[in-house]
Ligand binder design. Structure first.
Ligand SMILES: Nc1ncnc2c1ncn2[C@@H]1O[C@H](COP(=O)(O)OP(=O)(O)OP(=O)(O)O)[C@@H](O)[C@H]1O
Length: 282
């Protein structure tokens, strides 16, 4: 993707499998939104090949769009509508794309229940709290029971409980409907909990692609082993913690307490990969 004379995406190549949850991570300005917008068909790429649900999004029609769900940063329109009315209205659009294997749209009451908005069903959109509005954004994104769902920073403004409920919702969508999900987030904990695969985008290229575990193994680094013995605290670093722990237990047996082995967190891994990549470019 090129804006004017500036190349913003130069090395983005990946495939998503059906039912997979992919998280796209990367520093500000890395090109996440641009990538998602190309896949959604909202932006036309300068070159390269893209296939989404078997079609090129740049020229795909309404029937294709009905199979794709999009949750944008925030839905600011329709303030005077009541939640139930709005979902019923938008859902009606999908009726003609209903299929035996996938009845469209979601019945409004089921949808309200799934996103946790039943109690606010008769409220006006303008009266919703930030978190409730975000749930409505998600409901609007999935009202057509999409096969593929794009979520751009879905849980910004959620309290911890709403965040956990949202994670359950994404798991339900992938379990029940086999929905494929591509989300962007700056919350690494969320990426680790939700994503089967993580793509790290930096400077317009995908610099890492794998599960949180795979990425953490890719970054050579020591694990931290902590324990206490006779009331004293110990910390030791080891690239391969297993033999160290075996020796420790052989030597001190039951005297070893509060044993903890801490691998690289996704945050450590992410910082390392982005830092190494950006350092290498300079
Ligand atoms: N319409 C545009 N015209 C010119 N440059 C653009 C345009 N849209 C985005 N860019 C540039 O493209 C690059 C990638 O932007 P993009 O919004 O895709 O990044 P991002 O990874 O989503 O960032 P953030 O995490 O801040 O949302 C940035 O350098 C940005 O300035």
């Amino acid at each position: 993707m090129r804006y004017g004379a500036k190349d913003v995406l130069t090395g983005v190549s990946f495939a998503a499998r059906r039912g997979e949850v992919l998280a796209l991570l990367g520093p500000n300005g890395a090109g996440k939104t641009t990538t998602i917008e190309i896949l959604e068909g909202f932006r036309v790429r300068s070159s390269g090949e893209v296939s989404v649900l078997g079609a090129d999004p740049a020229g795909a029609g309404e029937a294709w769009r009905a199979r794709v769900g999009v949750v944008l940063q925030s839905w600011r329109d329709h303030g005077k509508w009541r939640v139930r009315e709005l979902l019923g209205h938008l859902g009606a659009y999908y009726r003609r794309y209903s299929a035996e294997a996938r009845v469209r749209p979601w019945p409004v009451d089921d949808l309200l229940d799934v996103v946790g908005l039943t109690a606010s069903a008769d409220n006006r959109v303008s009266r919703l709290s930030g978190g409730q509005r975000r749930r409505l954004d998600v409901a609007i994104g999935i009202v057509g029971r999409p096969e593929l769902l794009f979520l751009d920073e879905p849980t910004v403004g959620f309290d911890p409980e709403a965040r956990r409920e949202f994670h359950d919702l994404v798991h339900r969508l992938t379990d029940v409907d086999d929905t494929t999900v591509l989300l962007t987030t700056h919350d690494l904990d969320e990426a680790e909990k939700l994503a089967d695969r993580i793509l790290i985008l930096s400077g317009g290229r995908i610099i890492a692609d794998g599960s949180a575990d795979e990425l953490s193994r890719r970054v050579a680094g020591a694990s931290e082993i902590r324990w206490t013995r006779d009331g004293r605290r110990f910390v030791h670093s080891a690239t391969n913690p297993t033999p160290f722990v075996r020796e420790l237990l052989l030597e001190h047996g039951d005297d070893v307490a509060e044993l903890e082995v801490r691998r690289n967190s996704l945050e450590d891994t992410y910082m390392r990969l982005v830092h190494d990549f950006e350092g290498g470019r300079k």
